[in-house]
Ligand binder design. Structure first.
Ligand SMILES: Cc1ncc(C[n+]2csc(CCOP(=O)(O)OP(=O)(O)O)c2C)c(N)n1
Ligand SMILES: [Mg+2]
Length: 917
């Protein structure tokens, strides 16, 4: 090409050289390299290669960037350490586990077709896991010393099968795999700490969350050590992951953080069986090479375990690199085919491409070729990789192990595209599996797929226990050994109950003020973990930069530009703040690590994760669900909350539904407080429940940026604040105003129903204004109730109703809502919220009278608060109108009043409907 820097066309001599001459030339270069390596060592080889590369570039040869190494094992056979275990016994143990894992799934599906379960994932991962169990994973000993292992969710049957051999699970448990509701209990489908709290530590089955959470767990372990709270440097974090799983953005999303933080306590093991659910992960590519480049590029230590030991001798004889070239040519889809080929077919398809490769395996039988293992099925290769990974310093390690999905299933699924879904084996297939792995089950019995456990005195069981003893105990194991926290001093919270005496502050400012006080508290402060995704300034938290510092393992290597200012950007090794950058998913993973430290480390660390409320439950809801599964504790703070309260930010920022999204998370207590004393009462109660009483729950609080005077706490309001509702302001006595301005009570019901305004969060003040409006303009008396939590009211009501349903003979219980509103039967209720109307509607049927709900259904807009509250019809005027409408429907007010009120309140009846606009 004219102008091209690459002078292909000008290639003088070599271009026309025959293939034979080229081969000779290649050979000479390689010989030279070998000689330099032999005589002067690897540094000189590197130097020469660099110089050659520079030379080529300067002569116009473009060299495409590649972060790849050749498609062979990273650890050369010469560097491989001797295998310390008993290969034969370990093989037998592994075979028995394979059998039981498979039998568990097959039997569960015989009892109940369609109950599910997976055979092929564990079948491919067995060697990886067993080498870990026999030689690496440290147990908890007598404390919290163990490694933290994230097991691939679909491998659960294999983990159960091992625990069965260890005597930690019974035959009945295995029989009831995926049948947890049997009277005697059963095993959870996947790793769920909520369902098996003494066993599973980490929920991993929502793909992509485990790799992300593991990174932040490893970083949090460092943080604990740097803050002097725990010794953690000897504890490794292992994450066993699927190659298909690596396509989740979360899987690779935080990889640079792990490298930047030099997390050498972290090891990923990616089971590269080349398949996911539907078919190949990269049929037309090579997932191992692709992941290698990504991880190396990010700064990880990458160890590829591709070929088993049988390949070593062939590779040793691959003088000119033709075998490696062939290994690199084969795309994964074809490699998957090789897994199901006969030896003869492999000879023709793989080696047959080049006569010299055919020659290489001339003396190999077909059977030998068929049995050549992939690296992930060779314990010696896997051991070498794990050992190198655990010894590596200064970077996290990823092990990319090539395996076969459904290994050992033969015709029943080995390497087949359907293997992920395989749950049933017929008698013939069971027999073959049994024979292939040498399980001592007779032909007569094999059809029943019985579980098999050798006696306690057998060499297998003795070996297995001996190995786990040497490594400090059994895994997985979740131990909760934490002393309850001493209740924090009441003085911390007392000042907020007095109100701000007219000073205008926002609930966010109140929260930050309390957080700062808690961080200063001598006993509580060390346990508080503030977490922000680049929003500290948004929430006015800069003062904490100076007070407690931003965590950085390396401290601060630069002089901050704002060094002279009081609130300078202060990074410290013992800093308390986890400043996660614009990364809610990572910040949530930190929250999970801190919120489960009571189980992982025996520490009551209290995370406070504050973020833009719109980017919480909506964006990272799956992680919040996982946090609930893990019984994480702590406080999520949805900042700048509310659809009409975060003015100016518009459609993608203004949150009117996070409280709806909080409804489904069973252990999440969600509050929408309006006043300082509400915020602090809830946080105080949260600390008491979670850390003093050790209840399994966590908290979601929305905090706003609208400043207003905070009133003092009404006498006796605290219990109601926590339960979700209390009377904030009793109705003013309408007295002389009663009959003013046409508010004529009908003759039919002279006393008439009363009005109750239920407000909350950002809209509570509008409700207060509506109360005044109703009294002044129409002489209507209304009580104002602050609703701090629709979710609490709803949960209490459904729980009570359920109890009544199941106990018809007993005196019915009364939901808290009805109890709190006793004496208001037949009254008129108006609820207004900065969230969707569905929140108040969830409890409508337990209110003693008819409800009109106002809320912010629809898209947000950017404008001021007053305009937004008009647009969404949640300001005092609409609340008043709704109250009048309720009175009309109740028959105590003339319909003409409301018609006039629309005009008087300057409401445009033909305005846009925010629901659809
Ligand atoms: C977020 C999420 N999406 C989809 C699934 C459903 N799913 C379960 S396993 C699987 C394939 C897993 O493939 P891979 O990660 O390669 O693991 P392997 O079983 O091959 O070891 C899929 C799609 C899931 N569990 N989580
Ligand atoms: Mg896979």
């Amino acid at each position: 090409m004219p102008g091209s820097r690459e002078h292909e066309s000008a290639a003088p001599v070599g271009a026309e050289a025959s293939a034979e001459a080229q081969a000779r030339e290649t050979h000479e270069w390689i010989e030279s390299l070998d000689w330099v390596l032999h005589s002067q060592g690897p540094a000189r080889v590197r130097d020469l290669l660099r110089r050659l590369q520079n030379r080529a570039v300067r002569r116009g040869v473009t060299i495409p960037f590649s972060a790849n190494t050749p498609h062979i094992n990273t650890i050369a056979p010469e560097e491989q350490p001797p295998f310390p275990g008993d290969r034969e016994i370990e093989r037998r143990i592994k075979s028995i586990i394979r059998w039981n894992a498979m039998a568990m799934v097959v039997r569960a599906n015989r009892v109940e077709s369609g109950i599910g379960g997976h055979i092929s994932s564990y079948a491919s991962a067995a060697t990886l896991l067993e080498v870990g169990f026999n030689h690496f994973f440290r147990g908890n000993g007598d404390g919290h010393d163990g490694d933290l292992v994230y097991f691939q969710g679909h491998c659960a049957p294999g983990i159960y099968a091992r625990a069965f051999l260890e005597g930690r699970l019974s035959e009945k448990d295995l029989e009831n795999f995926r049948r947890e509701l049997r009277p005697e209990g059963g095993l959870a489908s996947y790793p769920h700490p909520w369902l098996m709290p003494g066993f599973w530590q980490f929920p991993t089955v929502s793909m992509g969350l485990a790799p992300l959470m593991a990174i932040y767990q490893a970083r949090f372990n460092r943080y604990l050590e740097d803050r002097g709270l725990a010794r953690t440097s000897h504890r490794k974090v292992w994450a066993f992951l699927g190659d298909g799983e690596m396509d989740e953005p979360e899987s690779l999303g935080a990889m640079t953080l792990a490298a930047r933080e030099k997390l050498d306590n972290l090891i990923y093991v990616v089971n590269c069986n080349l398949q996911r659910l539907d078919g190949p992960v990269r049929g037309n590519g090579n997932i191992i090479q692709e992941l290698e480049a990504a991880f190396r590029g990010a700064g990880w230590n990458v160890i590829k375990v591709i070929w088993g030991g049988d390949w070593d001798s062939l590779l040793a004889r691959d003088e000119d690199g033709l075998l490696v070239q062939r290994m690199e040519e084969v795309v994964d889809g074809q490699s998957q085919r090789h897994a199901v080929m006969t030896g003869d077919e492999i000879r023709r398809d793989f080696f047959g491409k080049y006569p010299r490769l055919l020659d290489l395996v001339r003396n190999w039988s077909d059977e030998q070729l068929r049995r050549m293992k992939r690296g992930g099925h060779d314990p010696e290769k896997v051991y070498a990789a794990f050992r190198a990974a655990t010894a590596h310093q200064g970077a996290p390690t990823v092990i990319l192990a090539k395996t076969i999905k459904g290994y050992g299933l033969g015709e029943a699924g080995e390497g087949r595209n359907v293997t992920h879904q395989q749950k049933k084996l017929n008698e013939q297939e069971l027999r073959e599996f049994r024979s292939r792995f040498g399980i001592p089950i007779s032909d007569d019995e094999v059809a029943d797929a019985p579980f098999y456990r050798p006696s306690d005195s057998s060499p297998e069981i003795r070996y297995l226990h001996e190995r786990r003893r040497a490594l400090g105990g059994y895994l997985p194991e979740r131990v909760v050994r934490v002393a309850p926290l001493e209740p924090p001093p009441a003085e911390l919270f007392a000042e907020y109950n007095r109100g701000t005496e007219g000073r205008e502050v926002s609930t966010t400012m109140v929260f930050v003020h309390l957080l700062s006080k808690m961080l200063r508290d001598p006993s509580l402060g060390r346990l508080v973990v503030p977490i922000v995704p680049d929003e500290a300034r948004t929430f006015g938290m800069e003062s904490l930069f100076r007070q407690v510092g931003i965590y950085s393992h390396v401290g601060q290597l630069y002089e901050p530009v704002d060094r002279e200012s009081l609130l300078y950007y202060n990074e410290r090794r013992d800093g308390a703040i986890l400043e996660e950058g614009i990364n809610e998913a990572g910040a949530m993973s930190s929250f999970i690590a801190a919120g489960t430290a009571y189980a992982a480390h025996g520490l009551n660390t209290i995370p406070f994760f504050i973020y833009y409320s719109m980017f919480g439950l909506q964006r990272i809801g799956d992680l919040i669900w996982a946090a609930a599964d893990m019984q994480a504790k702590g406080f999520l703070l949805g900042g700048t909350a509310g659809r009409t309260t975060l003015a100016g930010e518009g459609l993608q920022h203004q949150d009117g539904h996070s409280h709806v999204l909080a409804l489904p998370v069973p252990t999440l207590r969600a509050y929408d407080p309006a006043y300082a004393y509400e915020v602090t009462a809830i946080i105080r109660d949260g600390i008491d429940r979670m850390y003093v009483k050790q209840e399994d729950c966590f908290y979601y609080l929305t905090v706003m940026n609208e400043a207003y005077a905070m009133p003092a706490m009404p006498e006796g309001a605290e219990a109601g604040i926590l339960r979700g509702l209390y009377r904030l302001l009793a109705a003013p006595d309408p007295g002389a105003q009663a009959l003013a301005k046409g508010a004529r009570r009908t003759a039919k019901r002279p006393a008439g129903p009363r009005v109750h305004l239920l407000g909350g969060g950002a809209i509570l003040n509008e409700t207060v204004k509506a109360q005044a409006l109703l009294a002044e303009k129409w002489g209507v008396a209304a009580d104002v109730w602050s609703v701090t939590s629709w979710k609490e009211l709803y949960r209490d009501a459904i729980a009570t109703e359920r109890w009544n349903l199941l106990h018809p003979g007993e005196a019915p219980r009364v939901p808290y809502l009805a109890e709190a509103l006793a004496g208001t039967e037949g009254d008129v209720f108006v609820a207004a919220t900065d969230y969707l109307r569905v929140l108040p509607l969830t409890v409508a049927r337990w209110l003693p009278g008819p409800l009109t709900a106002l809320g912010t259904d629809g898209f947000g807009r950017s404008d001021g608060r007053a305009q937004l509250r008009d647009f969404f019809e949640v300001d005092a005027r609409y609340i008043a109108l709704a109250a009048l409408g309720g009175l009309v429907r109740a028959g105590s007010l003339d319909a003409a009043v409301t018609a006039r009120a629309v005009t008087e309140l300057q409401i445009d009846p033909d305005k846009l409907d925010p629901l659809t606009a």
